[in-house]
Design a binder for this molecule. Sequence first.
Ligand code: NAP
Ligand code: MG
Length: 518
Amino acid sequence: MNLPEYVNEPYADYTVADNNAAYRAALENVRGQLGRDYPLIIGDQHIMLTDAILSVNPCNPQQVIGRVSSATAAHAQQALEVAQTAFQSWKNTSLETRVAVLVKAAQIIRERKLEYNAWLTLEVGKNYAEAEGETAEAVDFLEYYARSALSLLKTVQTYQLPGEHDRAEYIPLGVGVSITPWNFPFAIFLGQACAPIVAGNTMIVKPAEDSAVIAYKAIELLLEAGLPHGVINYLPGLGEVVGDALVKHPMTRFISFTGSKSVGLHINAEAAKVGAGQKWIKRVTLELGGKDSMIIDETADLEAAASAAVAGAFGFAGQKCSALSRLIVVDSVYAQVLESVTQKVKALTVGDPADNKYVNAVINQESLEKSKHYLEIAPTEGRVTVGGSASSNPETEGYFVQPTVVADVKPHAKLAQDEIFAPILTVIPVKDFEEAVQVFNNTDYGLTGGIFSSDPQRLERAERELHVGNLYLNRKITGAMVGCHPFGGFNLSGTDSKAGGPDYLLHFVQMKSIARKI
Ligand code: NAP
Ligand code: MG
């Protein structure tokens, strides 16, 4: 099987009038499909429950995106049994057949990209460019893991002991559980499910409550692409209920999780326990939160740096794990950078992403309340130069938080240490590059980060000393591209499993070594 060389999926430009009109037409089409009921999918059964999760548009919470059946621990048991049965045949299905499903799924996404973009706009609040970036990333994950499976899993190099025929092969692990966040509900959801699947595992997927409808759309397309029933099982529900049941169950062989630090660490602890009848040590990959920094020194292109800071901090309202939340600026250019960043933030449009505004609402009431808490302490820990408030009536107006810049914050302040996940940027003054490096590394996290400088020696030091999984020099710190920027964090940001990287599939296989005497 020969696939064309991997390239990242190109983006459409929605400033072009025809493209923009097509996007609006797709939104209209999807608006006509809102408010439906969605079942669980276990094997070939669609199970509609009266107990449902309500998914709403965060920018207009009156608008119900859909009602999604909410699975219980009993459904987790049922799904594990079905996935275990499906594993017996899927593991023996040829690699080429498994790869073909991913390639077909990528093609379906390309053909219906605008429709998926529109669901992303309405269910989680992505503007046109953010939604486009996500559907393209979904295509990239599928195409990349398809090629990765063919190159990585087929052969294992071993030496030959004299008198023996020695070889080794990768075999799948078994039934895995994938638990995902709402902020990349299509790309991460598909990538995290399909990497283990192409390696021969079967999966139970638990999407986030706030994005359970787009997840259903993703399952539909995988089934349409030819994935046999039972290889993927869709189990939306409450994290604390069905998520917890799946994590603890002795039949679960591995858990792949992306989400917050607190939930991830809880899962890690639970997964370490060996349940009754359990025959294996559960393998766990965790990709967690961040408190991501960018340094600007006195040699930097200050205009480019300020633009990159604003894009990194306020794209998708700061709700990316990679989002910039701490801008570290050396004293001699501090005032100038702060002024430039403040002016650029004042110019951002805030509002409905369906009208392609730049800064959307945060995902839900809980996130709005969390933002309000940090906006309250902002004047005590620093100086607000722009923004500083949130919706007075979120129920009717959407969960909007004004894009906010808080200057003059100390490196150990709460605003400088806690992941807020909202359009709130903390700016920290430092006396020089040395202090900037220290402050950069002073959080519990280590996901993304960057530096703007024109000094080659400092850039070299930055490469060695800035301790993050994804480091960016003289560019924004968001927008990792599958295959080019393997993605995953250090420290409490995760197990550094590097999604979209050359070794990622190895998390979902085990190596069997076979020596035959001749
Ligand atoms: P979250 O609250 O941790 O939820 C993530 C998933 O875990 C959801 O599906 C959630 O279900 C489920 N869950 C909650 N409690 C659980 C439990 N006790 N047992 C099992 N599952 C449980 O995170 P989020 O708010 O969706 O996402 C934002 C976070 O994800 C941020 O911290 C962000 O930095 C991180 N993130 C990291 C990366 C990365 O690559 N490192 C990428 C994207 C996002 P419910 O929806 O039902 O609560
Ligand atoms: Mg929740």
